[in-house]
Design a protein around this ligand. Sequence first.
Ligand SMILES: [Zn+2]
Length: 121
Amino acid sequence: MRDPRIWITVVGLALGGWLISSQLSGGPRSLPVTQDELADAVFLCRESGELFAGKVRPTPALHPITGKETLLPALYCPKCQQWEAAPALEQQQRAAMVLKCAKTKAALERTGPVPETATRI
Ligand SMILES: [Zn+2]
């Protein structure tokens, strides 16, 4: 094991492997995400119950008319076919659980048909 060529080979293989793996993992995800590529989300005002549709943003988000932080993320219930208030995104991630409809116990979805009555924000 005194032969330095062995170590040069080992270092070379490790470096090559690192280069390949960093190339693979750093592919499309390294591109910046523009506003247009962000998914639309539906929000529910916790005071008025109004629905809003717009780009994903931190919640509670600003209500465009009252200027108060009352917009919470809404989740779509495929059974009730309506949007329901969801806990703040931060809480959802911490809980790491499937959110269910309080009425039907159906799993709520983050995407669904954006209601025509929703205000664009
Ligand atoms: Zn439901």
